[in-house]
Design a protein around this ligand. Structure first.
Ligand code: ADP
Ligand code: MG
Ligand code: ZN
Length: 492
């Protein structure tokens, strides 16, 4: 027997999940963090390399100013406190993609600490998720296990990514579900996109997320032992992995078992996490200050320069959209996820003079098309001015809302403007009473049963009649007129 309510002893109601996310974002710099090699995805393997990023003995790093500026943008955009002095450190470990045998990172003294982001908290409200720290570090190379002629026998290494600048953004353990983790990542991505910090492309690895998950009895203060899940290559997989991990840990703990502190890998095909290694402790890495780099000093002037160059951030924009355009909180949230979407919406709202319609079109048709086409909105075949014109045609009574949908489809596929399509396809709204009246008469004559139902008092069926007449007129009849004429005919 299926039932929607959970039994009182259900593990999912007895335990609360606690989640903290560690996100690595590649910075959109022209060059790498400690050398002048190009920072670019997709080039032929090992073409953007030099003695510094290959870790050859004696090569010395020089910090790229642009990388720091972008890290500062991220720090300020997440309301972190930037520290005047931060220190680079060596994190020592062996792996074939790390030729130096250590990763240069920031450890005890990171660039910035104590920020926050806002995530939706239901009913149009938002709540803060704290950010512990943001530090800078270098990326490692990339192992290539497949796609090469010799892949069956051996793996290769591409060092183009070695030395690409990263920031790591570490959240507090303030998240309690897969959905909240997803919301946090969405908010973080929006901020990084607006700030021009990273292109946040998860497929290309420019945004990567590790999830720390634990469970505790509901109402308990103390945190449970956590597992860290790696290998999460999409927002969807982050959410799936967290859901799976919460269920696994809850079942384990409720059966009297104990969660091991370990690193687990997510297998997207099997939909489960599995143990990779017991979690290393910080002392395993033998961190020590990087002797080849001086302390990073960010003076007030640099910070001010970065602060004044930041654009309006998504949370502020969201609030402004609600206030200025009267769009609901939820819609404003969606419209401000990416700068190109908010810019597009705002242009349509301004030019059409109808923010509500602009929001509806962008939230439904436009975003759906962009998703289907899998191309950026900036390459849209319907620029904002054209959509604004379409909205004005509807508002001015030149075409019906039904026709507008058809016109929009044509605009998107053919790249023509609305007026041209309306004229060519004869989509102008019909407000000619006699034409509509004859369609009304035909519908009524063809539907004696429905007419009887209506006349017996079920007047809520009017919508069905309107639909029939609209169909007969190819969606072009003035809906108000259709309604009025139908009511008259049906009452009679
Ligand atoms: P480490 O140094 O091992 O990476 P941190 O203390 O820096 O550990 O925490 C890493 C991440 O794990 C942070 O996002 C933090 O919020 C999260 N975290 C720490 N403890 C827990 C816990 N018990 N449950 C869930 N997440 C946790
Ligand atoms: Mg960590
Ligand atoms: Zn280099």
């Amino acid at each position: 027997m299926a039932t929607a309510t959970k039994a009182p002893g259900d593990v999912s109601t007895r335990y609360e999940a606690v989640i903290g996310l560690e996100v690595h974002a590649q910075l959109r710099t022209a060059t790498k963090i400690f050398c002048s090699c190009r920072n670019r995805f997709g080039d032929a393997p090992n073409t953007n390399v030099c003695p510094v990023c290959l870790g050859l003995p004696g090569a010395l790093p020089v910090l790229t100013r642009q990388a720091v500026s972008l890290a500062l943008r991220a720090s300020l955009a997440t309301q972190c406190t930037v520290h005047e002095t931060s220190i680079f450190a060596r994190k020592n470990y062996f792996y074939p993609d790390l030729p130096k045998g250590y990763q240069v990172s920031q450890y005890e003294r990171p660039l910035a600490t104590n920020g926050h982001l806002e995530i939706p908290a239901g009913a149009g409200a938002f709540r803060r998720v704290r950010i512990h720290r943001i530090h800078m570090e270098e990326d490692a190379g990339k192992l290539l296990h497949e796609g090469l002629p010799w892949s069956a026998e051996k793996s290769s290494i591409d060092f183009n990514r070695s030395g690409v600048p990263l920031i790591e953004i570490v959240s507090a353990p303030d998240l309690h579900s897969a959905e909240e983790a997803h919301d946090y990542l969405t908010a973080l991505k929006a901020v990084l996109l607006y700030g021009g910090v990273s292109d946040c492309n998860m497929e290309e690895g420019s945004l990567r997320c590790d999830a720390n998950v634990s469970v505790r009895p509901r109402g308990a203060e103390a945190l449970g032992t956590r597992a860290e899940i790696k290998n999460l290559n999409s927002f969807r997989n982050v959410a799936r992995a967290i859901d799976h991990e919460i269920a696994r840990q809850s079942a384990l703990v409720s059966a009297g078992g104990r969660v091991a502190q370990e690193t687990r890998l997510w297998n997207a095909d099997r939909g489960e996490t599995f143990s990779m290694r017991s979690k290393e402790d910080a002392h395993d890495y033998r961190y020590f200050p990087e002797p080849d780099l001086p302390p990073l000093v960010v003076d007030d002037e640099w910070l001010r320069e970065v602060r004044t160059s930041l654009p309006e951030l998504p949370a502020d924009k969201r609030k402004r959209f609600v206030a200025a355009y009267k769009v609901p909180e939820y819609d404003a949230g969606v419209l401000t996820l990416a700068p190109e979407v908010s810019d597009y919406f705002e242009a349509v709202a301004r030019e059409s003079g109808n923010a509500k319609a602009a929001s509806n079109w962008v939230m439904t048709e436009v975003l759906r098309k962009v998703k289907d086409d899998d191309r950026p909105l900036s390459a849209s075949p319907v620029p904002p001015a054209r959509l604004a014109e379409l909205i004005q045609l509807v508002d001015g009574g030149a075409i019906t809302g039904t026709s507008a949908k058809v016109v929009f489809e044509r605009m998107w596929t053919g790249g023509e403007d609305a007026r041209t399509i309306v004229e060519r396809e004869g989509l102008a709204q019909v407000s000619d009473e006699s034409a509509i009246a004859s369609a009304v008469a035909e519908v009524i004559a063809a539907s004696p049963e429905q007419v009887a139902t209506y006349r017996n008092g079920k007047t809520s069926t009017l919508g069905w009649f309107v639909g029939q007449v609209m169909r007969k007129t190819g969606g072009k009849a003035n809906p108000q007129l259709v309604k009025a004429l139908l009511e008259k005919a049906l009452e009679g």
